[in-house]
Design a binder for this molecule. Structure first.
Ligand code: ATP
Length: 221
């Protein structure tokens, strides 16, 4: 089933064109990767999908779908504990607080939930943001650079969690610069380049993707 259909999406900041007639679609139950150089427009694409920025073109989303978005950098108010943050996020989605679910999930994440979230390390903040999404039970998870700053143990756990989401029929879109990790996890990988999705890789080898990226770099020289 098609969850998101994007046609000719364009977005500029002032005179800087970031996305230009980008078309792509996402089906339910799959894990999608999004790669592209710094500034290619990955976060901008996510912001357009989430409707937090204006754009030209068409984005059609399944009406019943609940989306959870983990930005590359989460913001936490000071004087809010990890636990209070989770409570806030769960309530914001109209769900009931389930202390057992939090405890059970925190056996994996091992966060000091009684401490102020603003004092967490980068990786701990990522884990807290992800924990809040998982507790909300969304249909689609958009994760912007979820592995950045997360330790080895956390990355292994995160990969498992993402696979479990897929097993439950959820859809996940992940942007990352870690091509090996995306290759391990994703059903399909999109290469965002020159303001649009240049290529979608399905069951492609790492070599093929890397070669295309290198060729792209060389073609600019
Ligand atoms: N609010 C904004 N105002 C002006 N320019 C912006 C804004 N947000 C993003 N940009 C510009 O849009 C372009 C795309 O940025 P974006 O953050 O979407 O890229 P990205 O692919 O996510 O990059 P990275 O891999 O470095 O995270 C960049 O040139 C950036 O400077």
């Amino acid at each position: 089933m098609e969850l998101i259909y994007i046609k000719e999406l364009s977005k500029s900041y002032g005179k800087t064109r970031v996305l230009d007639k980008l078309s792509v679609s996402y089906e339910s139950g799959k894990i999608y990767g999004l790669v592209g150089e710094n500034g290619a427009g990955k976060t901008t694409l996510f912001n357009c999908i989430m409707g937090v920025t204006d754009y030209d073109g068409e984005i059609r989303k399944s009406s019943k779908m609940v989306v959870g978005y983990m930005p590359a950098e989460s913001f936490f108010y000071s004087l809010i504990t990890g636990k209070e943050y989770l409570e806030f996020c769960i309530k914001a989605k109209g769900k009931k607080m389930d202390a057992k679910a939090i405890d059970s999930l925190n056996k994996v994440f091992q966060l000091p939930l009684e401490r102020f979230a603003s004092d967490y390390s980068t990786g701990m903040k990522k884990k807290l943001a992800l924990m809040s999404l998982l507790l909300q039970e969304n249909d689609l998870y958009i994760l912007d650079e979820p592995f950045n700053g997360v330790d080895l143990y956390g990355c292994i756990q995160l990969k498992r969690i993402i696979r479990e989401l897929k097993d439950k029929g959820k859809t996940v879109i992940i942007s990352s610069h870690l091509i090996n990790t995306l290759h391990e996890l994703c059903d399909e990988i999109d290469f965002l380049d020159a303001h649009a999705i240049r290529k979608r890789y399905i069951q492609a080898s790492i070599d093929e993707i890397e070669q295309d990226i290198l060729n792209r770099e060389n073609s600019n020289m």
